[in-house]
Design a protein around this ligand. Structure first.
Ligand code: NFS
Ligand code: SF4
Length: 616
């Protein structure tokens, strides 16, 4: 048993809770993953198609049985179409999130969403200037128009270096409207439309760029305007942040529109008084997944864990409410919450779950609903079953909140010190390590080992999403973690008082990384694809990660994936993604599950880039 939990996670708090779950007979994603074995070989290779009802069709990977679908689609077509649909889904998720933020921003500037306000007026001014509009209302209209536009450009794509923009135009992948690109993916992949794998993948690049430089960037910028641009703040991470004597409200999902209001409601004196009246010492809000990142970096709200910690948080027996909105929320949570007193509360009209209580959230009445939710959690505190309580006494301190603005501030006002350190070689390059957990890899094993390898080799790591939370739990987001870095990076971190791993936010905040690499490229007068930089998603699982990887590559960043995307059924598609793309967009994918070897690939790439730039 002990060995088995070690195989499932390297996080000691998760291991402890997995033990608890096993003893109590509680099922987790890891158990369900085991029961799925062996997983479908056709699916793993991307070789099944259900896009019309002459199918389902599947292609024999050994070329012996059926090598074409009923319509004649080959493995190349089927693999590319399936990939394009994943990219569309990921872009839709980020961008529909962005739409809600933009819509809320519009209501705020029209005076119709009294729970929210403008927290970063300076950024609002800058965005108005960038869009060439003279009022916040006009900015809201212009940004909302990005989704339904028929012709481009999407304004934020103009932040890319001029060489990159030229390339996108030449290739015909400069995105038009965000929704238009996503719809076109669905059109092209329906039966009998686009049957050229290269053409399909070019549309994948265009759609992904519409996410990275469109949807995701809109979400990031407007969230900063509404909730404040993150600045360095200390907090704590891991299941040990849950409090035995306080009401624990766990916020899980993605949109800070909800979590910010829950935090505000939990700080309301009336709520705190209610909590004390029923015998609790106070109200403790903790986050999971990306909404956890949002609340962490803006409010210093502690995080309970990353993606694979979500069930374990309920299994502690002290989650008085698990409040969710959209994305990365396991439908298993309802049944698990049913084994405890936990109230599992869904809030979005887009996302309902079995076993959840639905308390729908609307921008106009956000704070009232958030108070109702917190009140429900508080009143539920007395229903805890003490015999089921088990909180691992494990948590780490972390320093988070490295928006570009705060990185520039830490550097003393401009990027020059960083550019200097890169030129000197103290910082060998930049590694963006992001993405999910996936039970195919022991939780955090890929994340932590890759990040440690990179910093040891003087690669400054920027992180978001569930990698950021893995790093927080492992104590890598602290200035002291510079001790684990190579001599050059250690010196830079010590001089600036920053960690060797910079938490830049949630997954939509990978757009911050795009802006950063664009700024560095512009400062050096080169394209992004010339930079000593590389990206990785060591434990990715979500379709959103497919889109992110694609816009990273489309933006010129070499990207290493730790789990295999379902593309091996077509050697043509696999070759295009892992080498041919280099001649098209100046970057490509690699797949390497071993985090040590994957880090080596990134470092070799960075060294090659340095050489090309004439840096030692
Ligand atoms: Ni990103 Fe963030 Fe985590 Fe993966 Fe899910 S929470 S949006 S998709 S699992 S990193
Ligand atoms: Fe089969 Fe072609 Fe229909 Fe797909 S689109 S299910 S390959 S017939």
């Amino acid at each position: 048993m002990v060995n088995e939990v070690r195989d499932r996670s390297i996080d000691p708090a998760s291991q402890e809770m997995l033990d608890v779950c096993q003893r109590a007979g509680l099922e987790t994603a890891w158990d369900r993953f085991d029961r799925q074995q062996p997983q479908c070989g056709f699916g793993e290779l991307g070789l099944c198609c259900r896009n019309c009802n002459m199918g389902p069709c599947r292609i024999d990977p050994f070329g012996e049985g059926s090598i074409k679908g009923v319509c004649g689609a080959t493995s190349d077509i089927i693999v590319a179409r399936n990939l394009l649909r994943s990219i569309a889904a990921g872009a839709a998720a980020h961008s529909d999130h962005a739409r809600d933020v933009a819509r809320t921003f519009q209501l705020v500037v029209e005076g119709k969403a009294p729970s929210y306000s403008i927290k970063d007026p300076a950024k609002l001014e800058r965005l108005m200037k960038e869009y060439g509009v003279d009022s916040p209302v006009a900015l809201a209209m212009a940004i909302l128009a990005e989704f339904g536009k028929q012709e481009g450009p999407i304004q934020f794509t103009r932040r890319a270096p001029p060489q990159r923009l030229e390339l996108w135009k030449k290739l015909g992948i400069d995105p038009r409207g965000i929704d238009r690109e996503i719809v076109e993916c669905m059109h092209r992949t329906t039966m009998g439309v686009d049957n050229d794998y290269v053409n399909l993948i070019l549309q994948g690049l265009r759609t992904a760029l519409a996410d990275g430089w469109g949807g995701s960037m809109i979400a990031t910028e407007l969230q900063d305007v509404l909730f404040g641009t993150p600045a360095p703040v200390f907090s704590e991470a891991n299941l040990g942040v849950l409090e035995p004597d306080q009401v624990n409200v766990i916020v899980h999902g993605h949109e800070p529109l909800l979590s910010e209001m829950v935090v505000a409601a939990a700080n309301d004196p009336e709520m705190i008084e209610l909590a004390k009246k029923i015998g609790a010492e106070g109200i403790n809000v903790a986050g999971l997944c990306c909404t956890g990142n949002e609340a962490l970096m803006r409010q210093g709200v502690p995080v309970a864990g990353n993606f694979l910690s979500q069930e374990l948080a309920i299994a502690t027996g002290v989650a008085d409410a698990m409040v969710v909105d959209v994305q990365c929320i396991m439908p298993a949570l309802g049944a698990l919450a049913g084994c405890f007193h936990t109230k599992f509360i869904s809030t979005s009209s887009k996302a309902k779950f079995p076993g959840a209580v639905h308390m729908e959230f609307h921008e106009e009445t956000a704070l009232e609903t958030a108070k109702e939710i917190v009140r429900t959690a508080v009143l539920n505190y007395q229903n805890r079953d003490p015999s089921k309580v088990h909180i691992p006494q494990i948590k780490s301190r972390c320093m988070v909140g490295f928006s570009i603005e705060s990185i520039v501030a830490a550097l003393g006002g401009n990027l020059d010190p960083l550019l200097g350190a890169i030129k000197m070689g103290n910082v060998r390059g930049i590694g963006a390590v992001v993405g999910c957990n996936n039970p195919k890899i022991p939780q955090d094993y890929g994340h932590i080992n890759m990040v440690l390898e990179l910093i040891k080799n003087n690669v400054l790591v920027v992180t978001t999403g569930c990698n950021a939370q893995a790093c927080a739990k492992a104590g890598l987001l602290l200035p002291e973690a510079a001790e684990k870095a190579g001599v050059g990076l250690k010196g830079v971190c010590k001089a600036l008082g920053i960690p060797p791993v910079l938490h830049m936010g949630s997954c939509v905040d990978i757009s911050r990384i795009l802006v950063a690499v664009a700024a560095i490229a512009n400062a050096l007068g080169v394209d992004i694809s010339d930079l000593p930089a590389a990206a990785a998603a060591p434990e990715w699982m979500s379709e959103k990660a497919v889109t992110i990887g694609t816009y990273a590559v489309g933006s010129g960043v070499y990207t290493v994936l730790g789990t295999m995307p379902p593309v091996l059924g077509s050697s043509a598609v696999a070759t295009l993604l892992t080498s041919g793309a280099r001649d098209v967009v100046g970057a490509c994918f690699a797949v390497e599950p071993d985090p040590f070897k994957a880090a080596k690939l990134m470092i070799d790439h960075i060294d090659g880039q340095r050489k090309k730039l004439g840096l030692a």
